[in-house]
Design a protein around this ligand. Structure first.
Ligand code: GLV
Length: 324
């Protein structure tokens, strides 16, 4: 059986597939594969599975070509599956899987790193020091904010949001408020967390708002100008979920007007492009969609994507099936 991997990924998954007797073809162009190229591969050869990335937009034309080729499964090397038209997959009877769980701690750490970096003004301090502006200790130099005991607002209490709450509570003694489509009394008991039915109350009440929802029709621009303007003047926004969850242009405006103190983004509305004006702001931290990018985690994602393929091709239900 033959597997198409749309771009080079850490070796564990491809190695696992090979050691299970699969023929693995990796597209070695080190850039996002074009739709026509992917369809071309599928038309030229017979494939049983595709291991794809979040930068591959998998639409119904690709699913039609994949079906013809013999593909049974698309295993996404990501937890988010907004790049895949799941309905189209179901129409042609192709399975879609993702890689949840293995990246939750790493992404939660990144969200926390961003919170600490914002509050302690780490990138600004680094720029200042490198620029030779440090002339000696000053009582008023680069004053920041504390993180400990400040209120954390979590929007989206999945695996990642829960781990952010864990670090906040156990490490920094932060009171936690959260919003999710499902309330979890167990979580509330464990972390002394409080549920907010209305997402606006998270924006009103938190000192740090951390976003952990998937990108859906219902979460596009969940963080819009109106909600940003509900936030405390001293509050910070952190987004490690998907760019379009935040209205990036509205964020630029509130940061410019100092409606909130700062924001950190790992994801962008039109990746890799940034909203005009965003990169010029001092009160924002930008990272290039690397929240899950540790060696161990990317290897674990690679392995999990491969496991999903093996399970599906051996006729079992893969562990991380995504349903519409
Ligand atoms: C990364 O953004 C992922 O969805 O895994």
């Amino acid at each position: 059986m033959k597997i198409l991997v749309t771009r080079q990924i850490p070796n564990k998954g491809p190695d696992l597939l090979k050691s299970n007797g699969y023929d693995v073809f990796v597209n070695l162009e080190d850039r996002v594969i074009k739709k026509a190229e992917l369809i071309g591969y599928l038309e030229r050869d017979r494939y049983d599975a595709v291991l794809c990335l979040l930068t591959d937009k998998i639409d119904s034309d690709i699913f039609d070509a994949a079906k013809e080729s013999g593909v049974k499964i698309f295993a996404n090397f990501a937890v988010g599956t907004d790049n895949i038209d799941i309905k189209a997959a179901e129409r042609v009877g192709i399975i879609v899987t993702n890689t949840p769980g293995v990246l939750a701690d790493t992404v939660a750490e990144h969200a926390f790193a961003l919170m600490l970096s914002l509050a302690h003004r780490i990138p600004e301090s680094d720029r200042f020091t490198r620029a030779g502006k440090f002339k000696g200790w000053e009582p008023m130099l680069l004053l920041g904010s504390d993180v400990s005991k400040k209120a954390l607002g979590i929007v989206g209490l999945g695996r990642i949001g829960s781990r952010v709450a864990y670090h906040a509570r156990r490490g920094f003694d932060m009171p936690v408020i959260y919003h999710d489509i499902r309330r979890s009394e167990e979580f509330e008991k464990e972390y002394g967390a409080e549920y907010r039915q209305n997402v606006d109350d998270i924006f009103r009440g938190a000192d740090f708002v951390s976003i952990h929802v998937p990108l859906l029709v219902s979460t596009r621009h969940l963080v819009d100008a109106r909600r940003l303007r509900l936030m405390k003047k001293t509050a910070y926004l952190v987004n490690t979920s998907r760019g379009p969850v935040v209205d990036e242009q509205a964020l630029v405006e509130v940061l410019r007007e100092r409606v909130i103190r700062g924001a950190a983004l790992d994801v962008f509305e039109n990746e890799p492009a940034l909203a005009p004006g965003l990169a010029e702001l001092e009160n924002v931290i930008l990272t290039p969609h690397v929240a899950s990018a540790t060696e161990d985690t990317r290897q674990a994602m690679s392995e999990l994507a491969a496991r999903n393929i093996i399970e599906a091709l051996e006729g079992r239900i893969p562990p991380n099936l995504v349903k519409h």
